[in-house]
Design a protein around this ligand. Structure first.
Ligand code: HPA
Length: 247
C-alpha cells in the first residue's frame, strides 16, 4: 500500500531515513553515497530512494521546503512506512560571525515562530523541541572521528524564508533590537525551516530524529552559496549523517 505522497510499498522504505529538502540533492546523495539504489517514489518529483550504506539499508526521502511540506512526509514515513531514525540533511542561514558558509551545524534544539507547537498543545505549554540525545551524541562522535568540525546548538525554524521581521527600526519587544539581533544574543546559531516539525513529529511518535545543516547562507556577512553549491557542496554533512544513522 502506497501513501498519498509516497509511491512506495510498505517495506520499500528503510527504518533509517535521510531527509534533504531538495529532490535533486536526494538523488545526488543516493547516487554518490549508497549502493544497490532503488527509487521508490517520484510523486510531484519529490524523489525517494533506498540503498545500502556499509551494508545497512538507508532511505533518502526529499521533503520539500518548510514545516507544512516536511510534515506530510514525516507523517507518512513514520505512520505508514515505519521509519524509526530520521536525520534531516539540509541547509541553513548562519546567524553570527563565528559561522561561515559551508560550516556544518547540528540542531540540539529548535525554536520556532510556527504555530505548530501551539496547535498541538493548545497554547498551554511551550514544548521544547529537542534532538534525540543518542543520535546527537553519535553525530558529534562521528564528526570527530572523521575530523570534521561541527557546531551544536539552538536554531530558529521559521515559517517564512522572506519575512520583514528584521525591521531596522526594531520590532521585537523593546524596540531597540531587531528580531535577528535578539535571537543572536540568545545564542541561536542559524535559521532554517523544517527542524521544528521533525522534532515535534519524532516526539509524538517516539522515534529518533536529528537535524544537521550545511550553512548555505551567511546572514551575518550577507553571503550566499550559488545554486550549484547548494546542490553539491554538502558531502561532509552527508558523511556525518550516514555514519550516525547506521549505528
Ligand atoms: N533562511 C531560512 N532558511 C534557510 C536559509 C535562510 O537564509 N538558508 C537555508 N535555509
Amino acid at each position: 500500500m502506497a501513501s498519498i505522497h509516497i509511491a512506495a510499498q510498505v517495506g520499500e522504505v528503510a527504518e533509517r531515513v535521510l531527509l534533504p529538502g531538495d529532490p535533486v540533492r536526494a538523488k545526488i546523495i543516493a547516487e554518490n553515497f549508497l549502493s544497490d539504489v532503488h527509487q521508490y517514489t517520484a510523486i510531484r518529483n519529490i524523489f525517494g530512494f533506498t540503498g545500502l550504506y556499509k551494508g545497512e539499508r538507508v532511505s533518502v526521502q526529499a521533503t520539500g521546503m518548510g514545516i507544512p511540506s516536511i510534515s506530510i512526509y514525516l507523517h507518512e514515513l513514520i505512520e505508514v512506512f515505519g521509519a524509526k531514525k530520521l536525520i534531516r540533511v539540509g541547509t541553513c542561514g548562519g546567524m553570527n560571525e563565528n559561522i561561515r558558509l559551508r560550516d556544518v551545524l547540528i540542531a540540539q534544539g529548535s525554536s520556532t515562530d510556527s504555530a505548530v507547537v501551539d496547535k498541538v498543545f493548545g497554547g498551554a505549554i511551550n514544548f521544547s523541541l529537542l534532538a534525540d540525545f543518542d543520535l546527537l551524541r553519535k553525530a558529534v562522535d562521528a564528526a570527530q572521528a572523521l575530523n570534521l568540525p561541527v557546531k551544536v546548538g539552538n536554531v530558529i525554524c521559521t515559517d517564512l524564508f522572506y519575512n520583514d521581521y528584521d525591521d531596522p527600526n526594531g520590532t521585537f519587544g523593546d524596540g531597540k533590537h531587531t528580531f535577528n539581533d535578539k535571537l543572536r544574543r540568545y545564542g541561536i546559531l542559524a535559521v532554517e525551516m523544517e527542524s521544528a516539525a521533525l522534532y515535534l513529529h519524532a516526539a509524538a511518535a517516539n522515534v529518533q530524529a536529528l537535524a544537521i545543516f550545511t550553512v548555505s547562507d551567511d546572514l551575518w556577512r550577507g553571503e550566499r552559496c550559488n545554486v550549484k553549491e547548494r546542490e553539491t557542496s554538502f558531502n561532509d554533512m552527508i558523511q556525518i549523517a550516514l555514519e550516525t544513522i547506521i549505528q
